[in-house]
Design a protein around this ligand. Sequence first.
Ligand SMILES: [Zn+2]
Length: 179
Amino acid sequence: MEIIIDYFDILFLFKLYFQIIKKGKFMKVQKNTVVTIDYTLKDDNGNIIDTSQGRGPLKYLHGNGNLIPGLEKALEGKEAGESFSVTIPPEDGYGYKDEGLIQEVPRNLFDDSNGLEVGMQFQAQTEQGTYILTIQEIKENTVVVDGNHPLAGQNLNFDINIIDVREATADELAHGHAH
Ligand SMILES: [Zn+2]
């Protein structure tokens, strides 16, 4: 009698366990899933450019252009619990540098024209949208600014750990981002 009860307990536990892994672990990253990842981004010299460590994981809606194309491509079809490294070339990342986005502008355009330093970043509104401008060179009366994305032209070396994959809610699909 005892043996039979144990046997049913085991069956019950097995069933429960199977449901848990079926719900959580077996969902693959695909369009309209919400994916939670830990990531570290390094340049080709191994310097850390950005990381979720110490800040908490990143949660995003897959297949809606929320991540750079190369990273979404690398995540596609993977499952929670998987870890991997991927190198994304500029064409699947932030593109190549466009020399036309490097411009010399009058120094007096800046509010604090004496406090400028090479590497400082500013937001600029243009008809084509918002640009991040990085100061490349400071001259007597002009400043050379670079409107390229700071990571343009660079390989992006990601270490990724997938923490969770779930279906998006109706609200998330309507908004185009994860909640
Ligand atoms: Zn929203």
